[in-house]
Design a protein around this ligand. Structure first.
Ligand code: GLN
Length: 445
């Protein structure tokens, strides 16, 4: 598949042909990455995760409860795409309301991994990553609340980037956990990631958490020859599989060969990361999902009385979403608020402090994305097992930092293994420079 950089140079006629080709290929594919082939405009086609509003499209967040909902307006990122010659093309499959790590909780069924069809593509942006890696999309948008861009990119062997919180407008993104959510690019390489990041990031008065710090374009300033100080977290990686640990070593050698300085650091407070993330994320999710009651939002399933109508309508949520609504209500309830929610917020500060300490000395941090390669479909029997697989991605969202996942190597069965570079707040340029240098040194195919 041609890259975004190449596609942006194509003529109108060439793009018309390209869109037809992509649609044909995607229809033939059995990855289940596309939910449908809705189109908007005639630019470079870009696949859109099913939780980002595209005017006049059916947008459902992978859920039954939003069947038939038509988006009345464009998300700000969509306006930015259109202003820069891209055209939303197709909706990407995802975990219901972006809750999950495998795309198995989608109303539309699981998305498959292009490297092995018995494997998950990851989640929640599984459709976006599978399509880009599987050669049926030039690039895609995903959203990342606790790893949902980086982890599927890592499982599928493509590049996924989560910007600094506030850099990309959330206006028009269906909220999961508002203090963590961020839209970002899923692409075939690092340069395309920078190009797409530049296009979608903007200050937006319609998003009260949008940052008005000056935006300096990163793609045209890309410099993989910059020498950086990169921290490796020795104690952090012990819980990853031996394949992931080996990949970590390969990346360290590659970074050294590029002339970067490696410094060794420890993260001491990681054992509460998962617990605090799942408290904060579910607390915010339960609040955000309260609006889907069949009266104000969401499709209605009539009952004999109002109470029953509420129950029937909300019963359209899948199991994972229901579990999180219950958990979120529990941690916010008056008897447990101090013990859970408040404590989780304190842990969030500790996590940020730990990163701050490392960034006093380092430009970037190298970290695994997931503890293993993409698991087989259906292998998580216990939701807690799935939550644990988020251990390397969620702290970055809790701290609001930017990070990029890129493919480094493959295991003995050919499954891709990605790693992520993490940057300090608003240091996207450094992040892309380092990632481009790592990409060049490992030469993943
Ligand atoms: N797997 C994490 C969760 O289920 C992250 C999902 C996301 O980033 N949207 O919450």
């Amino acid at each position: 598949m041609i890259t975004l950089k190449e596609a942006l140079r194509k003529s109108r006629e060439e793009l018309d042909r390209l869109r037809l080709e992509i649609e044909e290929k995607a229809r033939e594919s059995n990855l289940n990455a596309y939910i449908d082939f809705s189109k908007s405009g005639d630019g470079v086609p870009i696949l859109i995760k099913d939780n980002i509003q595209v005017k006049d499209w059916t947008i459902t967040s992978g859920s039954k409860i939003l069947q038939g909902y038509i988006a009345p307006y464009n998300a700000t990122v969509i306006e930015n795409l259109k202003a820069n010659g891209l055209s939303p093309f197709g909706r990407a499959n995802m975990d219901e309301f972006a809750m999950g790590s495998t795309t198995e909780s989608s109303y539309y069924g699981v998305t498959k991994n292009p490297y092995g069809e018995d494997r998950v593509a990851g989640g929640s942006s599984g459709g976006s990553a599978s399509a880009v890696a599987g050669g049926i999309a030039i690039c895609a948008l995903g959203s990342d609340t606790g790893g949902s861009i980086r982890q599927p990119a890592s499982y599928c062997g493509c590049v996924g980037m989560k910007p600094t919180y506030g850099r990309v407008s959330r206006y028009g993104l269906a909220s999961y956990a508002s203090s963590l959510d961020q839209i970002g690019p899923i692409t075939q390489n690092v340069e395309d990631s920078a190009i797409l990041y530049d296009i979608i990031s903007s200050y937006d008065p319609k998003d009260s958490t949008s940052s008005n710090l000056e935006l300096i374009p990163t793609a045209k300033n890309l410099n993989p020859d910059r020498k950086l100080k990169i921290a490796v977290i020795d104690n952090y990686i012990r819980e990853a599989s031996s394949d992931v640990q080996n990949t970590y070593k390969i990346a360290i050698e590659a970074l050294k060969s590029e002339g970067h300085t490696i410094i060794h650091k420890e993260m001491t407070n990681t054992k509460y990361d998962i617990a605090s993330y799942y408290i904060i994320a579910t607390a915010e999710a339960t609040t955000n999902l309260a609006r889907y009651d069949g009266i104000r939002y969401g499709s209605r399933v009539e009952g004999d009385n109002l109470q029953e109508t509420y129950l029937n309508s909300r019963n359209q949520f899948g199991d994972e979403v229901k579990r999180r609504i219950l958990l979120g209500n529990f941690v916010l309830s008056s008897g447990f608020y101090d013990a859970y929610y408040l404590k989780a917020q304190k842990v969030r500060h500790i996590i940020r402090d730990e990163f701050n300490k490392i960034f006093k000395e380092a430009d970037l941090i190298l970290s695994p994305v997931a503890p293993t390669v993409a698991p087989k479909i259906g292998s998580f029997k216990d939701p807690l097992e799935m939550y644990k697989s988020d251990m390397f991605t969620i702290s970055i969202n809790l701290a609001g930092l930017p990070a990029i996942s890129l493919p480094i190597s493959r295991d003995s069965e050919g499954m891709p293994i990605g790693l992520q570079l993490i940057g300090n707040l608003f240091s996207e340029q450094t992040l892309f420079d380092g990632a481009m240098s790592l990409e060049r040194a490992v030469n993943y195919i």
